[in-house]
Design a protein around this ligand. Structure first.
Ligand code: SAM
Length: 264
């Protein structure tokens, strides 16, 4: 099935190639930088752990697990217009119930510009309205299916390093799809105030070593860059060409070389 949220950096286009690394015999599917979790929804593993440092996203998934019907009903009752969008965008989530905060998250995600998640320095979502062409709210059936799928997953919101070190064990499959932090190019990576930069590449390399030591398998997807050489040292590498569409402006959407780094 396809993910419910629109997400800059989603790996939709790489799913056929990424799926080749997965075997149903793995005990657990673990995703450290989940975003829209396109690979998880595609593979439909029976036991999963999903993590993302974006707390609003994970809280929204938690509500989706519990109340897909309520979310769908509320979302189709809200008008898709510029005025309503900015009203919801300016609302203070600290004063909202968990349910209303999830409605706000899914509404803004659906109708924002290009499915981008970006906040200002004080953590307030600041992506502009995307116009009428962002697509409709998914059907009730899609909300119900996504909710069922998420019931097989334990969700958490923390930094990838502590998440992986706390969880990975022999028999696991760990997928890591960090924002592309590359020093020589501007690639969209402003997911939130707390994100992944070139200074985190060494931590990622250390985490891969630890996963391997524990007898688990991993796949990292990354943009071909000087950083990939550092991450790939000692592991198997495969390259593929994909259309990258994370920049937000169509003139920045271009073919890019993606690299898979793995111990499989
Ligand atoms: C490229 S996106 C993942 C896309 C995902 N594979 C998909 O198909 O939608 C990277 C994700 O990493 C999350 N992230 C950024 N820094 C992180 C960190 N230090 N620890 C965990 N997650 C992080 C972002 O919030 C974003 O959702």
């Amino acid at each position: 099935m396809r993910p419910l949220v629109r997400w800059a950096g989603s790996k939709k286009k790489l799913l056929p190639k990424l799926s080749e690394y997965w075997l149903p015999t793995y005990e657990r599917y673990i995703e450290a930088f989940a975003g829209s979790a396109s690979l998880f929804f595609h593979l439909e593993p029976s036991c999963a752990l999903l993590n993302d440092s974006n707390n609003e996203l994970i809280e929204a998934y938690n509500v989706l697990k519990q109340d897909p019907h309520g979310l769908h009903e509320k979302l189709i009752s809200i008008e898709n217009s510029e005025e309503t969008y900015y009203e919801w965008r300016s609302a203070d989530t600290a004063r909202m119930s968990q349910f209303d905060a999830a409605v706000r998250f899914f509404y803004l995600n659906r109708f924002c510009f290009n499915g981008i998640y970006r906040t200002n320095r004080s953590g307030q979502f600041n992506v502009p309205y995307g116009g009428q062409k962002s697509g409709a709210v998914p059907t009730l059936d899609e909300w119900m299916q996504a909710s069922e799928r998420l019931k097989s997953a334990e969700l958490s919101s923390e930094d990838f390093e502590s998440f992986v070190l706390r969880n990975a064990r022999q028999g696991d499959f760990v997928y890591l799809d960090p924002p592309y932090a590359v020093s020589n190019r501007r690639i969209f990576r402003q997911y939130s105030a707390q994100t992944f930069g070139v200074e985190d590449v060494q931590r990622l390399s250390d985490v891969l070593y630890e996963i391997d030591q524990r007898g688990a398998k991993f796949v990292v997807s990354y943009a071909k860059s000087p950083e990939t050489k550092e991450i790939a040292l000692g592991w198997k590498v495969r390259q593929t060409v994909a259309q990258r569409n994370v920049a937000g402006f169509s003139e920045h959407r271009r073919q890019a070389v993606e690299v898979f780094i793995t111990n499989i």
